[in-house]
Design a protein around this ligand. Sequence first.
Ligand SMILES: Cc1cc2nc3c(=O)[nH]c(=O)nc-3n(C[C@H](O)[C@H](O)[C@H](O)COP(=O)(O)OP(=O)(O)OC[C@H]3O[C@@H](n4cnc5c(N)ncnc54)[C@H](O)[C@@H]3O)c2cc1C
Length: 402
Amino acid sequence: MSATLTAQCCIVGGGPAGLMAGFLLARAGVDVIVLEKHADFLRDFRGDTIHPSTLRLMEELGLLDEFLQLPHHKTYALSAWIGERQYRIADFSSLPGRCNFIAFMPQWDFLDFVAEHARALPNFRLSMKTAAEDLIWDGDRIRGVSATSPEGPLEIRADLVIAADGRGSRLRPAAHLDVDDFGAPMDVSWFKLPRKDSDPDETFGRIVPGRMLIMIDRGSYWQCGCVIPKGGAEELRHKGIEAFRDSIAAATPFLADRVETLADWTQINLLTVQVNRARTWSRPGLLCIGDAAHAMSPVGGVGINLAIQDAVAAANLLAAKLRGNALSDADVAAVQSRREFPVRVTQRLQLAIQNRVVSSVLAADKPFEAPLALRLFDAIPLLRRLPARLIGLGVRPEHLET
Ligand SMILES: Cc1cc2nc3c(=O)[nH]c(=O)nc-3n(C[C@H](O)[C@H](O)[C@H](O)COP(=O)(O)OP(=O)(O)OC[C@H]3O[C@@H](n4cnc5c(N)ncnc54)[C@H](O)[C@@H]3O)c2cc1C
């Protein structure tokens, strides 16, 4: 026998999209339950970027000062090194207001912070170690989800189910929502290396023929992402960890004295890059947001930003209707109408960079000239405001209306 819970909104997934949507809806008076299958938010690295748009949201919530008490590392600029030459790409300090930097912070600290504030609200419930298994249908309308929890099977009946269960979403296919897959020429191997005070103090990309290395300054260490050809992980392993270490040292000579700390492949995590978008984000009774609606390329590191922006838009558009028990299918569909444009534009830019720049760098076997756009950004400081806005704030940034 399943226990049954009811809520106005049941959110599946306690990632950036789900937790933020839960917090904002509950704050606006909606009775919310969030299901998260893990016991905590401690996960392997999956992006630690808190973008200026998210910092602005914290400011609009009156939580910015408290949030910035958490340990973090600020980055005001992004650059790329091609061979021995540095090209400055984005200047976040040009953004107006206080939130003119990217804060790097472990994602679990961010999620813990949001969860703590949400839990203080009487109409917010967070059910950890609870995995949604399937949708509950009533004709062609979704009425809730079935789940398993430590206490046994559970049914959650709700006016709206929000699927925020990430790129491997279980609920999206269960709702028969089709996805367009745009493909990617690369995967990314993530690992950490110690950082020294004498190292450059900036987050940057290092580009040499056949290799791209993303280096995120995390204070005491570098979070490194080695871009490899799609499906190339097996070949990389086959060549051995020593060859991998050598290739990192060859691409970034100042790391040569510490690549030895990579002792085996358990220290290296593979991100299988996916870029896709659901054609329809909703069904009667269900809405997909975040990676469940659109998995983003790692180009620009904007997946978390878009996931949180979806949550803000969903709360702005749906809170009053949910609270007043007056939610229509058109209200739910309006979230896609609002958010699909920013997602489309961002994915189109990411695909252009993937297909033109990343593919040719990975295929190159001799030194090449920097792309024109990079040379222009470096030469004309004013132009660096454009990538700063696109990465930091995104297309058509959302503001809190609840
Ligand atoms: C290695 C890696 C590095 C990345 N780097 C960056 C970066 O630097 N910057 C950036 O912006 N983005 C980055 N991303 C992308 C970013 O992590 C995602 O875009 C973002 O987390 C999407 O948020 P989300 O809430 O939609 O989904 P997720 O963060 O995937 O959260 C989904 C949540 O749902 C839970 N869940 C799944 N299924 C169920 C179920 N059946 N029942 C209950 N709970 C469930 C999961 O446990 C998870 O907590 C990276 C991703 C990876 C994997």
